[in-house]
Design a protein around this ligand. Structure first.
Ligand SMILES: [Cu+2]
Length: 158
């Protein structure tokens, strides 16, 4: 079969690009251990208040982990619990969050923290807070009439 030279080059380019992209995803997922920030841990959405750690929302010091604090959030229309959290500067924090009713967003403005909270699932994100200041947490998934009122605040203090 005769194939035009440019067609061959284009095919080789396409197949090579595919191999490069799939290898990148493979290395990232299986060697570096990257994973999506949600959908791995499940929870009964009707028993969030009775299920650890969501029976005690807020900041908790932890020992013997790769992070210093667990920061537990429970979202429901139209609020986050807790509403304000003070974090010491430089602390490594694992944020653990879920929702009691509908899908909510969990975006910490000005950072790379952006999770979707789905009923029945636990979302996690670990982050070191190296810059002092106030961080606004906003819901970026439309959840109903009070969606625009849904927010919380992290204060990183020295
Ligand atoms: Cu919302």
């Amino acid at each position: 079969m005769h194939m035009h030279k440019f067609e061959k080059i284009w095919l080789i380019f396409g197949v090579t690009a595919l191999i490069v992209f799939l290898s990148t995803i493979g290395v990232s997922a299986f060697y570096l251990g990257n994973k999506p920030p949600s959908c791995l841990t499940t929870i009964n959405p009707n028993k969030v208040d009775q299920t650890a750690p969501f029976n005690k929302p807020g900041l908790h010091k932890v020992e013997g982990k790769d992070w210093d604090y667990d920061l537990v959030y429970v979202a429901q229309t139209f609020a986050y619990n807790p509403t304000v959290v003070k974090i010491p500067l430089g602390a490594r924090v694992r944020i653990v969050a879920t929702t009691k009713d509908v899908v909510h967003g969990f975006e910490v403005a000005g950072t790379n923290i952006n999770m979707m909270l789905e009923p029945g699932y636990v979302s996690e994100f670990t982050k070191t807070f190296n810059k002092a200041g106030e961080y606004l947490i906003v819901c970026n998934e439309y959840c109903g009439a009070g969606h625009h009122l849904m927010s919380s605040k992290i204060e990183v203090i020295k």
